[in-house]
Design a protein around this ligand. Structure first.
Ligand code: NAD
Length: 297
């Protein structure tokens, strides 16, 4: 399958990174978001991340202008997907929202276009079932931050054609990534293993076994993790973690996946981690200092 034009739906934490890596590899990218301010912010983030690469000497000014020149932005899904050979959906982790978006993509994307989702946990088979082309629907799960992380977890839905899996594997390699193909069960591999660990770290805090810094230090120094689980949860987004745990809980029907009540409370209170300025830690723009939230002192 010859792929040159990619549409990325959702310009949040993941969408801007996905648009960045495709554009930097020479693909024409249309970035789509319902929120125009989010599109502006995404372009600014991409420019800032490229500047960091220029400062390190890994990218040139010419590559910056060609990468940014490869990206256009629109707010309408119908307009944004009509010329794409591949659509990568990276909108909010919500089942009803994703099913609605896939119906819209299916109605406007060219016949034969591959429809991929960056979902962290939602069933690819369920998403595929609302389209008229389930054989062309696949999971293409990038890791955060996309320009840095090498893995792409590729998820085969029940009906995904072998040629589609092969195309997405090859495309991931073209982006300089390492693809790894798995089957479609709740949380796939990455989050089926990661989220219970994060949830257990939150339970340890909730039950008073240890404080935020102690929990993160034990896992960093003891297990050689680059980031403690509570810091990582803040970085992923506590709302995203909560949604993934609910998908695991519903999908397996096993109480061990139920989100810790402390996580539920934090999400309800709007403490979503780095993106909202506070989670287990407090985040001040422009500062690398990591301070534990007053709630946990
Ligand atoms: P986010 O909240 O940062 O961004 C979501 C974006 O989707 C927002 O800009 C929002 O305006 C947009 N959006 C909502 N409804 C839309 C619609 N109908 N049409 C177009 N845009 C719409 O979320 P995120 O963290 O970037 O997550 C996006 C997806 O990536 C989710 O499925 C998530 O599970 C997955 N994911 C997240 C991470 C992570 O670390 N945050 C890692 C891997 C995968």
């Amino acid at each position: 399958m010859d792929i040159k034009n990619i549409s990325v739906i959702g310009a949040g934490t993941m969408g801007n990174g996905i648009a960045h890596v495709f554009a930097q590899s020479g693909f024409k990218v249309t970035m789509i978001d319902v929120n125009p301010a989010q599109l502006e912010k995404a372009l600014a983030t991409i420019a800032k991340n490229i500047d960091r690469q220029i400062a390190k000497g890994t990218l040139s000014e010419e590559q910056k202008s060609s990468t940014l020149g490869n990206i256009t932005t629109v707010t309408s899904i119908a307009d944004g997907v009509k010329n794409a050979e591949l659509i990568v959906e990276a909108a909010t982790e919500n089942v009803a929202l994703k099913l609605d978006i896939f119906k819209q993509i299916d109605a406007s994307a060219p016949n034969g276009a591959i429809l991929a989702t960056n979902t962290s946990s939602i069933s690819i088979t369920k998403i595929a079932a609302v389209t008229k082309r389930p054989e062309l629907v696949i999971g293409m799960h990038f890791m955060n931050p996309v320009p840095v992380m090498k893995l792409v977890e590729i998820i085969n839905g029940y009906a995904t054609k072998k040629e589609v899996t092969q195309t997405i594997n090859e495309l991931s390699k073209q982006l300089g990534k390492i693809p790894c193909t798995v089957n479609d069960y709740p949380g796939f591999i990455a989050n089926r293993i990661l989220m219970p660990m994060i949830n257990e770290a939150i339970y340890s805090l909730y039950e008073g076994v240890a404080g935020v810094e102690e929990i993160d230090t034990v896992m960093k120094l003891g297990m050689a993790h680059p980031m403690g689980p509570l810091h990582l949860a803040d970085f992923i987004g506590l709302d995203v973690c909560h949604s993934i745990l609910k998908v695991l809980h519903d999908g397996f029907g096993n109480p061990k996946y139920a989100p810790c009540p402390l996580l539920t409370n934090m999400v309800t209170a709007g403490k979503l981690g780095a993106k909202s300025g506070e989670g287990f830690y407090v985040y001040t723009p422009g500062s690398k200092d990591l301070k534990v939230s007053e709630n946990f002192k």
